[in-house]
Design a protein around this ligand. Structure first.
Ligand code: ATP
Ligand code: AMO
Length: 434
């Protein structure tokens, strides 16, 4: 069916059929132009009223904006045309007429609020700048996959319907599974760990995570895309190295393959691939630096989680991506290993963009007895996790890994003000459709 020529490929001297959306009609009197848009760009179609068939002129100029049309005609050079070429039509078919009233204006002349845009993503993604976000997101995922491959990691897919949660009991979405209580998975955590003891050893997954976050913020979603990594025989420092490699690869891919998209977002001059090693601050240094900024009303003490304002103050101070390491064990999950020489100190780390957390990870507890004890300390019943813990009795190597929020990566990379901009159809407290 798709035997049309893309507008970007239409060369002077050719007779082509282009098909796409009516971006704009400009009627100057004796001459009029229809600007046709497809995924590759736009092309001008010229109507010289006195010299052309009346029906053709009437159809071409009477069609509503955003209708789908197919135009056949000769391509000619025309320096005054926006792309330097134009088509003189021999025929024009209206393939799908659009209503004259549109819920949002894809030409971008009239601004729409985010909620209207999210309700009408089809029209919203006709705009170059919105389309660019999703082309960049696709490039981020492509380059991340390639970089994981270079690290010899195997892509896996783990279940999203599960019997138990891992990241704390309150944020689970319960569902009914053939009369039995079940949950939407919050993280592939336990499954990816099970794979490091398998013949695969090093794995990654890019998939949805579900969190029943009650709060409504510009950086939380109820369904997010998690980029997860886990490797046998890695400690937390090697996991951090891998994390840095993957995040840089995403930026490099975008710099290399998305210049047009960056231009559509007006980021061509600002966009920078992070250079050098990401600084690694201990938690202790982090709270000291936050306290020294004077931005918080109350000074942070050992054991406090970092409040959002604290993250912002530190991010401004550091000014680039950075890690926070050596967290107090008590505020990191039970599956993270403590330092051998200090059990108050965990091997858990976070990787931060100056504006927010992007990654959590750490070395895992791979010793059976200590793992079971961790479940108990967390108030979880180890029996419920028997499918997981028992594999630790059959040869589970030391291992480490992390989870990176895909939307947060895209959001921070492009400086988007709201994480919903980086998801086609976001799920939040108010939004269950589309
Ligand atoms: P009218 O006499 O009703 O204005 P016309 O047929 O004489 O119509 P022109 O005077 O040739 O039209 O052009 C009108 C405007 O359109 C001018 O500003 C001209 O620069 C512009 N124009 C003409 N042809 C093209 C073209 N192929 N691409 C872009 N702009 C064009
Ligand atoms: P954590 O819960 O910190 O760690 O999640 C990892 C990263 O996922 C992203 N993220 C979210 N993004 C948008 N909306 C949300 N509601 C949301 N929740 C999380 C963040 C966050 O840094 N199992 C561990 C990872 C590991 O140790 O391997 C985990 O899930 O960018």
């Amino acid at each position: 069916m798709d035997d049309r020529t893309y507008t970007a490929d239409a060369e002077p001297g050719q007779t082509v059929t282009v098909a796409g959306w009516v971006h704009e009609i400009r009627d100057l009197g004796g001459i009029a132009f229809l600007i046709l848009r497809d995924t590759t760009g736009k092309i001008q179609v010229k109507f010289e009223k006195d010299e052309m068939d009346d029906d053709l002129v009437e159809t071409g100029l009477g069609v509503h904006r955003e209708s789908v049309v197919a135009v056949t005609g000769d391509v000619e050079e025309e320096p005054r045309a926006p792309t330097g070429v134009e088509i003189t039509p021999d025929s024009l078919d209206v393939v799908a007429e659009a209503d004259p009233e549109l819920p949002l204006d894809p030409s971008g002349k009239v601004d729409a609020d985010l909620s209207t845009r999210l309700d009408n993503r089809t029209l919203d993604l006709r705009k170059d700048e919105t389309k660019a976000i999703f082309e960049i997101r696709a490039e981020v995922l492509r380059s991340v996959r390639e970089a994981f491959r270079d690290l010899d990691a195997t892509e896996i897919n783990t279940p999203k319907i599960v019997a138990t949660g891992t990241e704390g009991g309150t944020e689970l979405f319960p569902i009914t599974y053939f009369g039995q209580e079940a949950f939407m998975n919050q993280s592939p955590q336990l499954f990816k760990q099970l794979m490091v003891g398998s013949g695969l050893e090093r794995v990654f997954e890019i998939g949805p995570i579900f969190r029943a976050e009650e709060h409504n913020t510009p950086r939380h979603l109820n369904e997010a895309t998690s980029i997860d990594f886990e490797s046998a025989f890695y400690d937390h420092t090697e996991a951090m190295d891998a994390c840095e490699t993957i995040v840089k690869a995403a930026y490099e891919g975008v710099a290399e393959n998305c210049q047009d998209q960056l231009e559509a977002l007006d980021l061509q001059d600002e966009f920078e691939v992070p250079e050098g090693d990401f600084p690694r601050l201990t938690y202790e240094e982090a709270i000291e630096r936050i306290n020294a900024t004077g931005e918080l009303d109350e000074q942070l003490v050992w054991g406090d989680d970092l409040p959002t304002e604290g993250e912002h103050a530190l991010g401004q101070d550091v000014g680039e991506h950075y890690f926070i390491t050596d967290w107090p064990s008590e505020i990191k999950p039970f599956y993270i290993k403590d330092h051998d020489d200090d059990e108050q100190l965990s091997t858990g780390f976070d990787m931060m963009h100056p504006t927010m957390e992007l990654v959590s990870g750490g070395q895992r507890e791979h010793r059976y007895d200590e793992l079971v004890e961790g479940f108990e300390q967390q108030g979880l019943d180890p029996k419920q996790f028997d499918y997981y813990t028992k594999m630790f009795k059959y040869g589970m190597p030391p291992h480490a890994g992390w989870g990176l929020g895909g939307e947060r990566l895209v959001m921070t990379m492009l400086g988007l003000g709201n994480i919903r901009e980086a998801v086609l159809f976001p799920r939040d407290r108010q939004r269950l459709s589309p």
